[in-house]
Every structure is written in C-alpha cells, then in structure tokens.
Design a protein around this ligand. Structure first.
Ligand SMILES: C[S@@+](CC[C@H](N)C(=O)[O-])C[C@H]1O[C@@H](n2cnc3c(N)ncnc32)[C@H](O)[C@@H]1O
Length: 486
C-alpha cells in the first residue's frame, strides 16, 4: 500500500519489506534528515503475545524506560524511530491522540521530553472534525526535533484544528502560530520544561482558565469505586421477564440500576426502578448465597454437567429443594454463554456471585458524549461496573448536595477537562482514581449560607429535570454562586 501511494503521487522510493523493529539504525546507507511516519494504529492487545513481549523488551532495553505492555503498536514505532535520528533531525508522526491522556502514554511522553524538542502537536478536534471518514479513531500530528539528552526544549505548540483547512495553514501554525483563537481552531504555547508526563496533555489544546490551585481534590472528601464486575452480564443481570421465566426467587437476587445512562435526571428513586422494571430493563442482579450442590468453580461445575450428560451422575443427584430453579438457571447459562474459569470468576469465594458492594449514595455516569453526571441515589439499589459510586463520604447530607451542585455544574465540566480522556467521536471517559484527583469545592470550609444555597440549587435542579423543564436557568445560578466562591 505504501508503494502504491508513493507511486500514485510520483515519488521515487525504495521499498523495504521487513519488520521495522528488525532494522537496526546501522543498516541505513545514508544519513537521514527527517522522518515522516504513519505507523499502524493497531492496539496492543491485538498483537500476538510473544511478539508484543519481544518488542516491549527490546524497546525497554534501548530506551531505559519502563514501557506499559498496553502500549499500541504506534508507540513502539515512535520509540524505535529515535535511533535513526541525530540532533536537529526532524520527525513527524500521525497517530491517535490517546497517548496524551492514557496511562501507557506516560513513558512515551517522558521519552519525547528527554529526546526531542517537541515543536508541536496538532489535534484534529474529535468533537467536530473527523479526519478518517470510515474509521472510529482520532488523529494527532506530532512534530519533533531530535535533541541531545542534556539540552532543554523550547516551547511546544498545542494546535487544535476544528475544521478542514489547507495543510499550509497547519505548517504555518506549527512554525509561527501565535497563541489564541483562530478562524479554524485554537493555538496554545507551553514551555516544554512545564510539561509533565503524568498530566493529561489533551487539555492543553484549550487550557482551563479556572484557578483551582486552592481547592482540595475530590478524593479528600470521599472515595470512588467502580461497581462490581459480573463477568457475564447476560447471566447475572436480568429483566423481570427473565426472572419470571426462570422462576427465580427474589431471595437470590438484588435490585440494581444497570446503566447510569438509563437515568434521566440527577436523582434515583424507587419509582424510577419500578418504571425500569415495567419497561423490561435489567433491574435484577443474580446475587445468591452459596447454593448447595453447585461447585465453587466453573471447571468443577462443568465437569459435573458433563458427567450428568453421560448419565454417570449417581442416582438421585438431582436435588429438589428451594434452589432447583437457580441451579438450573446456572446450568443453562454456563452452556449458553460458554463460560469458563476466568480470573473474574476464580477471584470470588464462589463463581456465581459477583463481589458484594453496598449501595452507594451517589452514582456516577463516568462515560459520556456530553457531561459526566453525578446522581443522588435515594434507594438501596446497587449498581454494576457500568458506573462508579461514592463511598466513605465525610460530608453531611446538605454538604453532599452542595458538592453535587458543583459536580454537575458547567464549572466542573470545565475543570474536569484536564483529567478526562476524549476518545473517538468525542466520547469522554475518566477512571475512578483520575476522578478522585479532580479539584472540588470543600463544603465544610465554606460558609453555611453558601452550602445551603448550593444544596437548595441542587434540589431545584433535580426537580426541574423531573418536570422536564429547562435546567439552564438553575445551572446558570449554580455557576454564579460557584464563581463567587472560586
Ligand atoms: C497506517 S499504515 C500506513 C501505510 C503507508 N504509510 C501508506 O501511506 O500507505 C501502517 C502500515 O504499517 C505496516 N506495519 C505494521 N507493522 C509493521 C512492522 N512491524 N514493521 C513495518 N511495517 C509495519 C502495516 O502493514 C501498514 O501498512
């Protein structure tokens, strides 16, 4: 394909059909000035294990860095390319932007800081401009100039392109762009010495202008945990119809909210669960105590099933008791979903019950195209790994509501940009520990009057959504209070 593309564009070329990681820099016949690279977008877990291990070990050795085994293939191309360049040579890459915000990217960012003057990153805004029509991915250009380890880089430009523009405009921006908004996007300049590999560099394309340096992190007020993983939602999460069809006793079940995206407003009440049950959503979690006659591992359970199928089961082994239906449901499920003993199942005391976790006071919708949502749970309903929950809350009820007004505000939407990751098509995600790092208002240190006002506004916000009215006037008032407070 490379050869076809170059031929079509009339560019003379010499095609090397070999694995890039097998080419040592000493193989080059002549000195390079620059390197332009469109590396494969292949995700790390799509590579054969042995191959991944080989290139990871190879590049950890040459870079001296600890490289996450979750790195996609393009990251290794960036690491390996440096060997072909001498100081002041240039390199440009097109890759997904994920390394700017994801964990695996930390060592790559460290590598760029140590080895290059990072001239510019050009981000094609995933929310407004899709570079690849038929691929669900983001696009980022990285412009580098090789430097000796000891030298410091100058300024790095973070350029966000919101719409299709001439490539010359991009080149001019990379070389001379002045900070500020342009007709087609935005340019920011940051001294390279201020770039920190652990931080999310995606936010630097449009820096957050709210000063949060005096605020504590959310993690000082509470802890945030993902709900329990079921290992197989089809088996463990059931609708009322499935419960009825299988004659399952409620004694073996717990009520759940399956997906926070199913919640419209800012609170969750008994009536919402009942409505979800009526509309056929999965509202039950299989959560049984130990069941007599069901082995603790799937492997043993399957063995028992196959013995029974070969009629080797001892006479009278089909026990008829209050557990017959749930036992039958598990048997059918194991076969239908082809379950095997994965670590999710074997890390539990017995495989057929997800880890038990208390209901949470606040449900967090942690992945969204709009804004993350923080929902007050007014029931004892549990949740699964589809959302996070708040635990160990050190706040009073009113203080918690004031905090919820902040977390659901436009101010927070802006503040969280530095901590979240934007994936394909503008889809935002945040991990529990990243969310704990986000600066938050500190209700116990605020005046009682402000806390009451914010808590009242949160109540107003949730009532307004329930009535399907316009929430913007309430959100605007929350903003005014927060701006005075910050
Ligand atoms: C995004 S494509 C770019 C192709 C080429 N630059 C072009 O314009 O047609 C990435 C290319 O890298 C190739 N590739 C994948 N792994 C490779 C490796 N280890 N060594 C060399 N090439 C590899 C893929 O086969 C694919 O052709």
């Amino acid at each position: 394909m490379g050869s076809t593309a170059l031929t079509l564009y009339g560019q003379p070329h010499e095609l090397l059909e070999t694995d890039f990681f097998n080419i040592p820099s000493s193989d080059l016949q002549q000195d390079l000035d620059a390197l332009v690279c469109n590396p494969p977008y292949t995700e790390g877990d799509a590579l054969p294990h042995w191959y991944k291990e080989r290139i990871n070990t190879q590049l950890e050795k040459t870079t001296g860095l600890e490289i996450s085994a979750r790195s996609p293939l393009h990251a290794y191309f960036i690491y390996h390319s440096r060997a072909f360049l001498s100081p002041s040579d240039r390199a440009a890459f097109i890759t997904p932007q994920s390394f700017l915000s994801r964990r695996y990217g930390e060592s790559l960012k460290q590598f760029l800081l140590d080895n290059y003057a990072i001239k510019a990153f050009v981000q094609f805004n995933p929310e407004s401009y899709c570079v690849f029509d038929n691929a669900e991915t983001t696009a980022l250009l990285t412009f580098l100039e090789a430097k000796p380890d000891s030298e410091t880089g100058g300024e790095t430009r973070f350029i966000r392109v919101d719409e299709k523009i001439e490539s010359k405009t991009i080149r001019d921006a990379v070389e001379n762009g002045e900070p500020g908004e342009t007709e087609w996007g935005i340019i920011n300049r940051v001294p390279q010495s201020e770039l920190c590999p652990e931080k999310n560099w995606q936010a630097l394309f449009d820096p957050v202008e709210i000063d949060t340096s005096h605020l504590p992190t959310l993690g000082t007020l509470l802890t945030i945990h993902r709900g329990p993983t079921t290992g197989e939602v089809n088996l463990f999460c059931l609708s009322q119809q499935e419960v009825d069809e299988n004659n399952l006793d409620e004694y073996h079940l717990s009520r759940i909210v399956r997906k926070p995206s199913q919640i419209d407003g800012y609170d969750y009440q008994e009536a919402d669960w009942k409505e979800a049950r009526e509309t056929g959503e999965e509202v039950w979690l299989l959560n049984p105590d130990q069941i007599p006659g069901v082995p603790n591992t799937i492997a043993d359970f399957k063995q028992e099933l196959s013995k029974a199928a070969r009629r080797e089961a001892p006479e009278g082994s089909v026990i008829r008791d209050g557990y017959s239906e749930v036992r039958e449901y598990l048997r059918e499920g194991v076969i239908e979903y082809g379950l095997s003993d994965t670590s999710t199942f074997s890390n539990r005391p017995y495989w057929y019950r997800p880890r038990r976790k208390d209901p949470t006071r606040v449900l967090v919708q942690n992945a969204s195209r709009d804004q993350f949502k923080f929902i007050l749970n007014e029931t004892d309903i549990r949740h699964t790994s589809a959302c996070y929950g708040f635990y160990d809350i050190t706040l009073s009820e009113t203080e918690l509501k004031a905090l919820l007004a902040y977390l659901n505000s436009h101010v927070f939407e802006e503040v969280v940009r530095e901590y979240k990751q934007t994936r394909d098509g503008g889809f935002d995600k945040i991990e529990p520990d990243q969310l704990e790092q986000v600066p938050a208002i500190d209700p116990p240190k605020m005046s009682g009057e402000t806390v009451n006002t914010l808590a009242g506004l949160f109540d107003e916000l949730r009532q307004t959504t329930r009535k399907n009215d316009d929430c913007n006037p309430v959100l605007d008032r929350i903003n005014v209070v927060l701006q005075q407070e910050l």
